[in-house]
Design a protein around this ligand. Sequence first.
Ligand SMILES: Nc1nc2c(c(=O)[nH]1)N[C@H]1C(S)=C(S)[C@@H](COP(=O)(O)O)O[C@H]1N2
Ligand SMILES: [Mo]
Length: 393
Amino acid sequence: MEASSRATTRRTLLRTAAVVGGAPATHALAPLGRALAGAPAILKPLPADQFVDFGTNAEMRWSSVDPRRYLTPQARLFVRNHTATPTIDAATYVLKVHGDGLRTPRTAADPLTVTLRDLKRLPRTTLVSTHECTGNGRSFFSTQQGTPATGTAWTLGAVGTVRWEGVRLRDLLHHLGLDRDAVSVQGTGLDPSYVTGGVDYGPVRRPFPVTKALDDALLAWGMNGEPLLPDHGYPLRLVLPGWVGIGSIKWLGSLEVSTTELSSPWNTKWYRIGDEVLSTNPVRSAWELPWGAELDRRRRLDLTGRSWSGAAPVRRVEVSADGGATWQRAKVRPAREHGWSQWSWTWSRPESGAYELLARATDAAGRTQPLVTAFNDNGYFFDAVVRHPVTVV
Ligand SMILES: Nc1nc2c(c(=O)[nH]1)N[C@H]1C(S)=C(S)[C@@H](COP(=O)(O)O)O[C@H]1N2
Ligand SMILES: [Mo]
């Protein structure tokens, strides 16, 4: 089963690259580029049975997910790097905070500096949340809807659920002194500047409203009880729970707090659909099965998967084995905090043959996954029900 799912994924990749031309070819060839360049973009091991290696990005394989484990181990979590994982010395690390949104305004040249020890004197907190890339599911714009989009050809594995450990951003801002007219906060990473198409866009950074900063935003140094791995932002990253992954800036070097709206190419050029600057993640579902799985025919086949939403807990999951003609309710387990929901479904007396398994979730905000989702050039927010091929033998 493993071998055939790998082969299928590779074929899908090559097909996508061939169809789109240009940009996706880089993704298909990136592992080679990484080897030639010498310095790897991702430092943790990426075993082929657990990850699809896109070079600077790596996708978790749903076929490798352990149904008995709720949290995604850090070693198994997808990685999305615009450039490469930097190596940062925690002993000399400081977070720089500036802007006219501080009660005592500071310039970028003369920022407040906060060490990890300073942060660890604030009240600590943990938070379970589903962490996901905006482009998760992108390849299905091509393979399922026939409209290829630019960018990494993720299937559904650019997602995980983890327990973050750190301090609330609001506690730091109140500790430093926040101006009541502050409206916008922007975090900037310490990774190398992002250069594409001959343009240097500077370091990865993206603004967000002060309301999110004062609500549930975190500064995290830990994941699942371990220090962050270098690939996931060591020694400190932002976490914006329920929001597009790009908001959770890794290797956080600085924070700007402003009384005017901040902007960067990551909210004006990318991570938007038309006029909408993307924030809350959509509803999605995945089966814990290899792509093209071969299932042994039995009277009862017990299948599992997970569904998640950036807005609210998942309330209902329906599955279909006949292309969406009829649906049955899956048994949904309660989620932890802002994490995903695990579900299970028993397939009774399937005949031998080829099928597409569908799973469709509805969240407590009333959002249900559609069967087809509107196209956008960068392939963000593919939230349609994915048609997962399996064969009963
Ligand atoms: N500094 C920095 N932060 C970043 C990125 C990056 O390339 N550089 N990628 C963003 C994107 S697009 C995503 S989806 C998440 C991925 O986090 P992970 O690699 O820890 O899974 O980090 C975000 N934060
Ligand atoms: Mo992302």
